[in-house]
Design a binder for this molecule. Structure first.
Ligand SMILES: NC(=O)N[C@@H](CC(=O)O)C(=O)O
Length: 425
């Protein structure tokens, strides 16, 4: 195993120091380190962060390997500074059995570029009718702790209650896609001034807020852990604030795109901006940013949703919802939050690792800690070219935008997955 000596790097924004990586761990930190056998990396101007952890990634394997595979998604993740991703269950077949979650887990190990932690479905086939084999998935080699029907809401309150009760036994968490389906029938975009003008059916904010309100009360009643996927409205923030004040065990995520883009993008009729939940208003964006800074929203999660060209480059009404996220998330966070490195480390690494219970991840580089880390160059700006992305899909909403920050290197247990901004394999 090669040793790496990173010279003069700022660890999470602190004064520059040297980091020696050896045998999979951070062996030493301090000024003026030497190690004749180590490969030296000049860290001047770079920031070392604990490897990023994504709680919400769609890897599309099994079933839609034309859009993404575990390997291509893992490479995109590593290039984005990630060392662990949680793979959503809406594959084909659905990850609702021990067999499928073990398959995804094994493919992740074989790719070896990030730790892939499968998420299990809450209900059989994501159909919302009966609970999936939560216990078997938890006991499997994949050790599933997060369950989600993401893409679909667990709309039946009784099933949601059962699921919360079930996972409590092993400190699992239900990650809810909060969307009251009766309120979003035929919805194409956020319900508001722009949807009225464009004549597109709206997805009202209340469809999200009503489910979050119901589920924080259920989680409180059961005493179980609830996580809310892709929070998108100012009203949701208020419901979450209330729940947290009451001590409900609820955590929440926001996506990079909901922190940056608004429903005005729909005016282009370019389906690259079609996503679930939809892009909202500038007021919502401001509330989400404030909630993230304050901690009412715990984490940034990408909702990386790759889609094949034929599913995106068509009429708006027929396009699938979803956007790429892994290779641009850190840049968007830097753009939105500025160089608040401790906040970025907390919201994109430490907190998601805690929620997912991922050992060895989300730990600041320090002696003895597994060397899962990423090196960021905050001074470089780069222009996003879809053709250059490692993802198999091209549906990035940031095409040809110039964004701050470049991932220079990523290490997974001491081995580089990215060096000089390029995937090692
Ligand atoms: N977020 C998205 O817009 N799409 C997700 C699932 C979903 O609809 O939430 C996907 O799997 O493509």
């Amino acid at each position: 195993m090669t040793a790496y000596l990173i010279k003069s790097v700022s660890v999470v924004g602190a004064a520059p120091t040297d980091l020696l990586i050896r045998d999979g761990v951070v062996a030493e930190t301090g000024a003026g380190l030497t190690a004749p056998d180590a490969t030296v990396i000049d860290g001047t101007g770079l920031v070392a962060l604990p490897g990023l952890v994504d709680l919400h990634t769609h890897l599309r394997e099994p079933g839609r390997e034309d859009a993404e595979t575990v390997e291509s998604g893992s490479r995109a993740a590593a290039l984005g500074g990630y060392t662990a991703v949680c793979a959503m269950a809406n594959t084909s077949p659905v990850a609702d059995t021990a067999g499928v979650v073990e398959q995804v887990w094994r493919l992740g190990r074989e790719a070896g570029l990030v730790d892939v932690q499968p998420i299990g479905a809450v209900t059989v086939g994501l159909a919302g009718g009966q609970l999936a084999e939560l216990g078997a998935m938890a006991d499997s080699a994949a050790r599933v702790r997060i369950f989600s029907d993401d893409g679909h809401c667990v709309a039946d309150p009784k099933l949601m209650r059962r699921a919360l009760e079930y996972v409590k036994a092993f400190d699992g968490v239900i990650a809810q896609h909060a969307e009251e389906p009766r309120l979003t029938e035929g919805a194409q975009m956020h319900e508001g001034e722009v949807s009225t003008r464009l004549g597109l059916t709206g997805w009202p904010a209340v469809a999200e807020e009503a489910i979050i309100a119901r589920d924080v009360l259920l989680a409180e009643h059961v005493g179980s852990r609830l996580h809310i996927c892709h929070v998108s409205t100012a009203g949701s923030v208020e419901v979450l604030r209330h729940a947290k004040t009451r001590g409900v065990k609820v955590t929440a995520e926001v996506t990079p795109h909901h922190l940056l883009l608004t429903d005005s993008k729909a005016e282009t009729y370019d389906p690259v901006y079609k996503v679930n939940p939809p892009l909202r208003t500038a007021t919502d964006v401001a509330a989400l940013r404030a909630a993230l800074a304050e901690g009412v929203i715990d984490i940034v999660a990408t909702d990386h949703a790759p889609h094949a060209v034929e599913d995106k480059e068509c009429e708006w009404a027929y396009a699938r919802p979803g956007m790429l996220g892994l290779e641009t998330a850190l840049s968007i966070a830097l753009d939105v939050l500025g160089p608040q490195w401790d906040l970025i480390a907390e919201r994109m690494s430490r907190a998601p690792a805690r929620i997912a219970g991922l050992d060895g991840h989300g730990l600041d580089p320090a002696p003895g800690v597994p060397a899962n880390l990423t090196l960021v160059d905050p001074a470089t700006r780069r222009t996003i070219e879809p053709a250059e992305l490692a993802s198999r899909s091209r549906n990035t909403p940031y095409a040809r935008m110039t964004l701050p920050g470049r991932i220079v290197a990523t290490f997974l247990r001491g081995e580089p997955t990215v060096l000089d901004g390029k995937a090692v394999r």
